[in-house]
Design a protein around this ligand. Sequence first.
Ligand code: GDG
Length: 737
Amino acid sequence: MSKTIIISNRLPLQLKIHDNEIETIPSVGGLATGMKSVHSQSDSVWIGWSGLTEDQYDLEQKERIDQALKKHQCIGVSLTADDIQGFYYGFSNNTLWPLFHYFMEYTEFEKNTWETYKKVNQKFADVVLHHIEDTDTVWVHDYQLLLLPQLIRQKRPGASIGFFLHIPFPSYEVFRTIPCREDILKGMLGADLIGFHTYDYERHFLSAVQRILGHEINFNNIHLDNRMVKVDSFPMGIDYNKFHDAAKRHDLKSNKDQTEIQQEINKHLKEGNHQAKLILSIDRLDYTKGIANRLRAFEYFLNKYPQFKGKARLVMLAVPSRANVPQYQKLKNEIDQLVGSINGKFAEVSWTPIWYFYRSMPFENLIDLYTSSEVALLTPIRDGMNLVAKEYIASKVDKKGVLILSEMTGASNEMGEALIINPNNFEEIADTLKFALEMPEEEQIKRNSALQKRLKRYNVEKWANDFIEALEATKNDTQEYILKKINTSVRQEIAAKYKAASKKMLFIDYDGTLAPFQKIPENAKPTQRVFDILDALHNHANTKVIIITGRDRDTIQKWFGHKAYTLITEHGVWLKESGQDWELMERVDNQWFEAICPILESFTDRTPGSLVEEKRYSLAWHFRNVDPDLGKKRATELKTTIQQLIANHNLEILEGDKVLEIKVSGVSKGKSASKMLLDTSYDFIFAIGDDWTDEYMFKELPREAYTVKVGRKKTIAQYYVEDIEQVYQLLSAFPQS
Ligand code: GDG
């Protein structure tokens, strides 16, 4: 029976030991709630750190801790205090957290903490590997465990692994600064599915993978040598009903049942100025959340619009976080001072502009704040998603309230009806605050209705289920690949058919099949091993070996002219039968070169790294060595530019792997391969290739032909081999009859 294994740095519960008794307190955080539907399945387990380091319990207590965790379907990863120091406070929070949030000045690159990070990821992997079974589904969470997917994959190549990053993935220019960038990407690419909150993070990640590791990317699929990794965005939602229902209950409470905080809020609202509206701000005290900026912007607002003195009040909850890290202590001091100075400067007898709470509050109080505030002002400098924004809206039962939200949060992508601001623009924040405080109620209701509808539908449970479904779907892709991958029995079947056949024809593509791609195409010369393999096949009785390629005639003549194999070049323009001269397979001309060539050259001039290859009857524009994004963009631009000329000259564009080839239409590997079969009847036909131009060949060949794709791209071929090495092995195993 397969199970789901959830893995995060912290388990979804807190452990406490007092009087030698072990207490477990379930967490109520976003992730714990979101994963509830996945984790509540009877066969699921959650693996993570319990929050207690090894020095905090003895062996006997450890056993009881494990038992207690087991009751909640949890398994602990044992970590030492040093592990936590290097892995959590060190590499996770002093390197990855600031870097991924674009705070490069706070980012420390320390070899020691990196070593501990690797060691702790391995500790997590060891626990996972101890519990995982072949058909299990694994879901790894967040930046503390970036290496874990690959560590699991190494030992369990067939596992189904998903990874979700809860924080932003920075742009390539920022990400490239980290020394271990390759290890991090490779670690993540151990997964089958990688999820981000937004499309922007997704595209930053894809760009880093393309530029740093050089993998080919097709839409949101990353092609590794022997696997495909899917990347997608899944914006995390909240437990909408939990907040909405709690807010409903809150509104029904009589005065005496209200919390102390609520009574305090009521008292202040009645005191002095009755109109004082509450502007709410809630975050963990973190430099990414833009708390200091928010205070300065609020001060700016009071100066610019003094009419709001006594009429608006900022209620700020800053939840202590990572308080032993110097940057956080510095920030705390800065905020304390700012609050003091603003309150000192503006306070009146019956009104202080800022109420500041530096602590965490029980859920009930959070609801008090959400429901009592007319405006929420959330101004992170960078934030992966920001769930507070969603919770605020969900808690507005009467749909009244205005959300002001930073455009630097993932949530702003989905919450277009909120008032979106740039957190560095005080002018804009001040004006927006005024606008929010004066917004007519109908408009508030209109905006919030739309927001609530969306938040209710795409809630956290849907988010988790969508991710798991997408992960399941990658299993099907993998399944198809595994099913079609040549195994021993297929290899034996092919060999037996080959041996028994009396007339055999082998179509073999060149680049990507017999030779790896090179930066400069001329460098992809055949090796002695390639000749040995082809010679052996050619010497078999009644066997016709055909090299079928898009390459130009001259290069193929230079490389293979001295051999007696059959050669087809330029996708089927030229044919050279064994011992004969080159002949045209198609009636083509190249008069059109003079119209197209100057355009290709002008594109080459403007696109560093690109080059024009002039074949006898076709022109190829190569962009393998161009910046990947620029290459794609210029290729699209080029297609549009020559569209009309192509039609006028009866030409067509072939889109190969990082190359656009312009040639007379109607010529293809498929057409030329079929022509080769016309005269004689063959009882063994085999074709192998990696490129999509080979798909024409796979399509046109008769059903009984064996067709083999090299590498894991979509194909209509019957079988896959992983790479060039496997091509060599396959071809070498064809037996003499
Ligand atoms: C990371 C990413 C991403 C806050 N104060 C109290 C309290 N909270 C709860 C809120 C909310 C959660 O904490 C904070 O979530 P955020 O999303 O705003 O921020 P991070 O903690 O930085 O989370 C973030 C998130 O992961 C999910 O992927 O959105 O971008 O940085 O749920 O309600 N809860 C209680 N008392 C408090 O005082 N009970």
